[in-house]
Design a protein around this ligand. Structure first.
Ligand code: ADP
Ligand code: MG
Length: 262
């Protein structure tokens, strides 16, 4: 991979310093879910997290925006390392959380709100945006995920793929520094998963910073700029996708064989 420029080729988004995790540790009782993880996530790029079930992928993602409180470690979102272990001042939590948004496997849309209502809720409620501005923004981000004509539809009238695209639009409406996806296509049939992958590929092409947990090697191959492989709460491998796909490490080979065959 060539060295990241200060700006992406289109000049639209400044790339800036990478996000860094330093010595991130998370335990659940005696179980070590993240074992002093050090990781750099390049900005304006797509990082794919792979690893066996239970290896700590979701925990890593959740710690990145403090949905889960790490036991120890630091997070550097580009403006210097911040201690995130233990009990944190509410301001720190708010600041770190406001920099990213998470898209979940199960979409988590509000069933009593339309697509547009889902997308405009947070900008109005937590950003204090006027309803008119939020609606304009909401229509914009819905158009971006190919759902301009579904603005007034309720979630139960949308397919799973469409619901997930609304969830992505909702994340985009917050204009976060980085977007976190936890198995965004796992609840979908292949055909519907493909719509969602195509939206993710569009976002990647715009040089947004994406961190995506997935089991799809095809997705990693197509979209990842960096692949991180976790096992037992440790990073076994991180680097360009070729390194992951060509690695002779028996644990990576085995993973590729098992996951590639499903
Ligand atoms: P992955 O997403 O890679 O499948 P997770 O991050 O969900 O893995 O889990 C890592 C380990 O931490 C697993 O052993 C899991 O059982 C455990 N774990 C995750 N969340 C909790 C929790 N809230 N309480 C107890 N154990 C948990
Ligand atoms: Mg998980």
């Amino acid at each position: 991979m060539s060295a990241p420029a200060d700006r992406d080729p289109a000049g639209a988004r400044p790339l800036g310093a990478p996000l860094r995790l330093i010595g991130l540790r998370k335990t659940f009782g005696s179980l070590v879910a993240l074992d002093d993880v050090d990781l750099e996530v390049p900005r304006g790029r797509t990082t794919v997290l792979l690893g066996p079930s239970g290896s700590g992928k979701s925990t890593l993602l959740r710690c990145l925006n403090l949905l889960e409180s790490p036991d120890a470690g630091q997070i550097d979102l580009g403006d210097g390392p911040v201690e995130v272990g233990g009990i944190l001042p509410r301001r720190t939590v708010r600041e770190i959380r406001s920099r990213s948004t998470m898209v979940f496997q199960q979409f988590n849309l509000f069933p009593h709100l339309t697509a547009l209502g889902n997308v405009t809720l947070a900008p109005v409620e937590s950003r204090g945006m006027s309803r008119a501005d939020a609606e304009a923004l909401g229509r914009d981000v819905l158009a971006k995920v190919g759902l301009a004509e579904k603005a007034d539809a309720y979630p139960d009238r949308l397919s799973g793929g469409q619901q997930q695209r609304v969830a992505i639009a909702r994340a985009l409406a917050m204009d976060p520094d980085f977007l976190l996806f936890d198995e965004p296509t796992s609840a979908l049939d292949p055909e519907l998963a493909a719509e969602v992958v195509s939206v993710l590929a569009d976002l990647a092409a715009e040089h947004r910073t994406l961190v995506v947990v997935t089991h799809s090697l095809a997705f990693a191959r197509r979209v990842a700029d960096q692949v991180v492989f976790l096992e037992d709460g440790k990073v076994l491998q991180d680097g360009p996708p070729e390194e992951f796909f060509e690695s002779e490490d028996p644990r990576l080979r085995r993973f590729r064989e098992v996951v590639g065959s499903v």
